[in-house]
Design a protein around this ligand. Sequence first.
Ligand SMILES: [Zn+2]
Length: 386
Amino acid sequence: MTSTANTSILLGLLAIVLLILMLLRVDQRRKRRQRQRAYPEYVEGLHLLLRGRKDAAARAFRAAIESGPYALEARLRLGDLLRARGAVEQAARLHESLLSFPSIPVALRRDAALALADDHKAAGKSEASIDAIQRAVTAIGNDEMLLQRLLQALEENGRWDRAMDAARTLEKMSARSVKPRAALYRVERAREALASGNLRRARADLRKALVEDPKCGPARLLTGDAFFQEGDLDKAVAEWLRLAEDVPELASLAYSRIEPALYDSGDYGRILAIYNSILQKRPGDVETLCRLARHDERIGSLEKAVERAHQASESAPGTIYPRSIMAAYLCDLNRPKPAGILCREIAQQAQSEVYRCPHCGITGPDFAWRCPSCLRIGSFVRSKSG
Ligand SMILES: [Zn+2]
């Protein structure tokens, strides 16, 4: 009797558990169906993309292109996925087909044009890439984001004339001055003219660059170079000196031109006069003091060189360079103990100043007008690295 009762209870419990399981499954199916209704394939594709499931996302986008309400958007995303996989021609065809729809919304047209530009760029077709953005500018009108991208593409490809035009249009729209940037474009054009021996054209561009931006360091530097190339040392030195005066952070570039030119001609007195004139304007200028220290070393006045290097390190305690040359001079003077102390201090001060491009992240020890990697103008900036 008891055992029969127990069996019935057990069976009853089993039935209840089975019922609960069935209800749960039905509920799951209902939820899945609801989700499918709520999320069209395009949105499903985006979710998959977010979860890193690129293949499944591509399938969802393909389905969306066939039937979904976001067929155009799906085309854009699928194209991006194809490009990321290296199928750049296919990606370009898809994005191009998207642009051929007459009633495509402006924001989508812009995104598609930029995506197409990326496809062409990935395929190594820089002209077609620029052209894709230009066509969008023509179709949409002056859109700041498009113009910025156009400018970037033109810079990357050294199309200075068109970059100047685009910069002017951007200036009108955004009310931000692009003169310093336009001046740099002229400098790049002048650099090309100089390399091909066309001094007249180079100088004309450099003059205009300095009118646009009187503090344009590269223009000043290159003007000096052009004079030097012509054999006019006085005018060359005058331009380089002006650069050192106007743009302190580029003084070292000016000095590295002035020094060999004047040492070559044996004009030591003039080098001293130049450095002293800068020190009158900027007392304690580290770069200039270090240069003077090296000059002292060159003419054999090591004690004086140590003094100058010390002065420089006092005026910029965070910089390694003055201390390191001071340590070297102390070694030359056969004073190993203070030299050793200095070296240990320098080693502790394990921080180095490098240049870094915030766009592509590349770093390097030497300053450059254009990032050596992504070729952007003026983006290779000084930064502290740990
Ligand atoms: Zn870069």
